[in-house]
Ligand binder design. Sequence first.
Ligand SMILES: Cc1cc2nc3c(=O)[nH]c(=O)nc-3n(C[C@H](O)[C@H](O)[C@H](O)COP(=O)(O)OP(=O)(O)OC[C@H]3O[C@@H](n4cnc5c(N)ncnc54)[C@H](O)[C@@H]3O)c2cc1C
Length: 172
Amino acid sequence: MTSWRHDSLGASSSEPLPVVIIGNGPSGICLSYLLSGHIPYVKPGAVHPHPLLQRKLAEAPGVSILDQDLEYLSEGLEGRSQSPVALLFDALLRPDTDFGGSIDSVLSWKRQKDRAVPHLVLGRNLPGGAWHSIEGSMVTLSQGQWMSLPDLQVKDWMRKKCRSPQQQSHSR
Ligand SMILES: Cc1cc2nc3c(=O)[nH]c(=O)nc-3n(C[C@H](O)[C@H](O)[C@H](O)COP(=O)(O)OP(=O)(O)OC[C@H]3O[C@@H](n4cnc5c(N)ncnc54)[C@H](O)[C@@H]3O)c2cc1C
């Protein structure tokens, strides 16, 4: 796709965009975050409770998750998704959720502008996708405290917006 755009430095360009993301829901937002050069690393000193995954993570200290063998890392992980990469990111972001635990994410995110990929996110409405149409009265299965985007807990975002979680969130 070719379009006039402004890059992150404010310069305009008519170069073709290498990536166009269709849809501005949580999936599109997360992909855009990654393509903007936010790169996930294992936090220094973090220990994952899954022994096999921890052993594999320890084999490449300081190497970003994106630069590791995702198939190897996700081997043996189980969960509610069919996608090995989704299982891996669930395990890294919510290490022991399926066992009722509340261990913090083992990931930290670093902004590496040189790794950013120019992209455009297309959406029909405001960013947020299905969440705009979910009624405030909806009760969902998972816990509200799990709600997050990469590096942004919904509860922290709400605190910044000075809103009450009871008024604004859909507890999962
Ligand atoms: C009632 C309900 C409760 C839920 N509860 C939870 C929950 O508690 N926790 C949870 O994690 N998930 C929950 N979900 C699942 C939720 O849908 C996902 O978490 C999340 O919204 C999926 O994000 P997404 O970006 O993949 O899709 P969506 O949120 O559906 O976003 C896709 C966006 O892309 C837009 N789009 C699609 N095609 C085009 C196009 N051709 N051009 C432009 N725009 C386009 C759509 O209009 C939409 O805005 C719930 C879903 C529902 C319906």
